[in-house]
Design a protein around this ligand. Structure first.
Ligand SMILES: [Mn+2]
Length: 325
């Protein structure tokens, strides 16, 4: 709070491949700083996805590193690599950096690190900050922060959703945010091509030993006219398979890398799986990007998942059920 009060102008940044929490918490804080009369610039190296274009201020976000501000606030970003082209060591050493995040894998790169792994979204952390700045929640701030919370909790359905999450959401609705509109715009609004791809994947994904998984070769993405970053929500849907403790989705990029997404039922810590493979995230939702051919990456990833399931004693669900019986 004192860093913000003492700053002349502020630069807000979030991660590449931005999601609803990235853009929602970025713009929620942006509007609070505007209300305080602080000149500020919001930045993200990648464009705002079309599903978040409805957020007030989305067109004001710049995709280059702003210059001249004397405070940097980074949101929802576990390490500086995730800032992409926004990051430069000299710039981030020249002024105080506030690191607001909820990833358990955050490397604490800031001058001030407010890392709250129990927060369902960075939107919750910004909510508390806005309160402490004594800025009243208006419709713009509320819409952005509720979008952050709704998207990171997939509509209040994750294990990270706590009673407090719902209380904050109620306060944001009272301040003018429309829950139904946010869900409609940012969660239940999938491009036709994405659903066609879901259909293709759902017709032949694998389900073995409590792991639901699928691999999408790059030529299949191309056949559906999609890029890897446009395919959202599928791994969550796979996790909903009866008996799936973990879901894994592998997508082959055109540049020789494979993006891997993990979801768990809350019993298995997939942040640990992703970290072992060079990525990170949350205990129930994580990811990594790996180099190599799709089938080789698939073998490494599944071996790592099975290793973690074995540690948890979940590798052979048949035997576990027998023991419980
Ligand atoms: Mn987040």
């Amino acid at each position: 709070v004192s860093l913000i009060r003492n700053a002349n102008s502020i630069y807000l940044a979030t991660h590449v491949g931005p999601d609803g929490d990235a853009i929602g918490s970025l713009l929620g804080l942006y509007w609070a700083l505007v209300a305080l009369g602080k000149p500020c610039t919001a930045a993200c190296a990648d464009p705002v996805p079309s599903s978040l274009a409805f957020l007030p201020g989305s067109t004001a976000i710049v995709n280059y590193p702003p210059t001249g501000q004397d405070l940097i606030i980074v949101l929802d970003t576990a390490d500086t690599e995730r800032l992409g082209a926004l990051y430069s060591e000299s710039r981030y050493r020249s002024v105080p950096v506030v690191n607001l995040d909820h990833h358990i894998t955050n490397v604490r790169f800031g001058t001030v690190n407010a890392i709250r792994p129990k927060a369902a979204a960075v939107g919750e952390i910004v909510f508390d900050l806005v309160r402490r700045l004594k800025v009243p929640f208006d419709e713009r701030i509320a819409t952005c922060l509720l979008t952050a919370i709704v998207t990171d909790t997939i509509g209040f359905r994750t294990t990270s959703t706590l009673p407090r999450t719902l209380r904050l959401a109620a306060t944001l609705m009272e301040a003018g945010a429309s829950l139904a509109n946010i869900v409609q715009q940012s969660v239940e609004n999938r491009p036709l091509a994405v659903l066609r791809l879901w259909g293709h994947v759902l017709s032949d994904f694998q389900m073995t030993d409590g792991v639901a998984w699928a691999s999408i070769p790059n030529h299949v993405l191309q056949q559906f006219g999609l890029r890897e970053e446009e395919v959202k929500g599928l791994v969550n849907f796979l996790r909903g398979t009866e008996g799936a403790a973990v879901a894994v989705l592998l997508m082959e990029n055109s540049n020789g890398t494979v993006k891997v997404e993990f979801r768990s039922d809350g019993e298995v810590n997939v942040a640990a799986v992703a970290t072992a493979l060079g990525g990170g995230g949350h205990p129930a939702a994580s990811g990594c990007t790996m180099k190599g051919k799709l089938d080789q990456v698939e073998q490494r990833v599944l071996a790592e998942v099975r290793r973690h399931l074995a540690v948890r004693g979940l590798a052979r669900p048949g035997e576990r059920e027998l023991a419980e019986a």
